[in-house]
Design a binder for this molecule. Sequence first.
Ligand SMILES: [Fe+2]
Length: 161
Amino acid sequence: MGLTEREAWLANFYRNSELHGALLMGRLARTMKDDTLLVEMTAHCATEARHASMLSRAIATAGAHLDPNVPTIQEAYGAEGGVPTALVDILVLSETLEAIVAEMEAKHGAEHAGWIEQALDHFEPAQVEAARQKWQAVDRAVASRIERDLDERFSAGSARS
Ligand SMILES: [Fe+2]
């Protein structure tokens, strides 16, 4: 069974976002000074890269095309909330993404984001809370915008919900 255009777009969106996450983590894993963070970031990079690889194969196996030009969730977050540069923002955002994707994959969520929780313990609680609130609001705005965009783009034929 093939994918609808909307499904193929979404699959590419997830695939590209996983890859973006892997590249971001890989970059961080070359810049930090803390050994524990370096170990966890490297592992996280590998995990996200594996997810991107699995999705790539799944898309191809389903007979759809891989499209590296489909934007990523991180780009959407950046457009909505500014590109995160502070470590606390990057960690909170990675944690948010982890939770979303774990939910989507129906997997035990916090499992591999546990290290992020621990890393966030080193920040001021108020700072972490502010970052969480900011990115949760950004996430809600991004989710509804993507849904609106998809409804507009693929309205013909696939309006089933
Ligand atoms: Fe992932």
